[in-house]
Design a protein around this ligand. Structure first.
Ligand SMILES: [Mg+2]
Length: 166
């Protein structure tokens, strides 16, 4: 059970992801969360994140944003970074992860997931069988229902780090 909650990799920010390495490993599609993973919650796509997506696409890796947020939030962000997208994704349900792979024409082996929350993002990706990168949440100020999930999340991350160190 715990294994399904562990990320494969944990990094500080999207800038720490070695996309070349993932490309060489065969990754051709990236599924990513938006809020607090790529930008602070609710923030528009800035110059920096637009460049990150240009670089990823330039390498021959497709992208699909999946968010539990509304169309009004997800669509403009996705358009700004030129990405496929799914809103109201109901993560951790597997459906949106599978649909994202369909949209990108990739499979479990050639897809990577990026997100900032264990109980929605990472759990859903693990259930789908996709490799995961968990990023440290950008904004420490979060809604109460997310803060409550961060407490068990910290425990799981602590257990995971202890396991990885062994
Ligand atoms: Mg998030």
């Amino acid at each position: 059970m715990l294994n399904k909650l562990y990320p494969d990799t944990y990094l500080d920010s999207v800038d720490d992801i070695d996309f070349e390495m993932y490309y060489k490993k065969g990754i051709r599609g990236i599924v990513s969360d938006i809020d607090n993973t790529l930008v602070p919650h609710g923030a528009p796509a800035d110059e920096h994140i637009i460049k990150v997506f240009e670089k990823i696409h330039g390498m021959g890796i497709d992208t699909c944003l999946i968010s539990n947020n509304k169309k009004l939030r997800v669509e403009p962000f996705a358009k700004a970074v030129n990405s496929k997208f799914i809103y109201d994704a109901h993560k951790p349900s597997r459906e949106s992860y599978k649909k994202a792979m369909e949209l990108m024409n990739t499979d479990k082996e050639s897809t990577l997931f990026i997100g900032d929350q264990i109980f929605t993002d990472i759990w859903g990706a693990n259930r789908t069988g996709i490799e995961t990168v968990m990023l440290k949440q950008i904004d420490k100020k979060e809604e109460i229902q997310i803060i409550l999930k961060r407490i068990p999340e910290k425990l799981i991350l602590w257990l995971w780090k202890r396991k990885v160190r062994k």
